[in-house]
Design a protein around this ligand. Sequence first.
Ligand code: FES
Length: 163
Amino acid sequence: MVATAATDGGAVSFDLQPLEPILEEFKGRKDAVIPILQRAQDVYGYLPREIIYYISKRTRIPVSRLFGVATFYAQFRLTRRGRHLIRLCDGTACHVRGAKKSLEALEKAMSLKPGQTSPDYKYTLDIVYCLGSCGLAPVALVNDKVVGRLLPDSLVERLGKLE
Ligand code: FES
């Protein structure tokens, strides 16, 4: 079973089969919105609109409730992310130590602004406010790897080497 969605980059299809064990596990549990959405996001990397509609149809949980939860919690993503997630910290320690320079370097070299995904879905850039590694400021998380004492040019170079 497949759900198809039209996007800017053409039609995208989602295999619905991986949802079945999740829907089965939480069958009849209208209180399980968060775990259902978490598991669905684990499958697809984000929560495509078509998947939310399908979950609603199968669980009879209103679409409005699913979207309400998905938009309320920061852990849920409604848009597709790049293969590489860059979380650049602009918390106080990182800001004071020049995080903005790394941000400007990314914007200039990769035309990537906070919250954006590159058109080729290679990178997504998010700004966060403290990664708990202030002693290494300025800091970024690149695919869950902490990169400390950032220098703008070396960050751009490092990202350029990612496949
Ligand atoms: S402010 Fe950046 S890691 Fe704490």
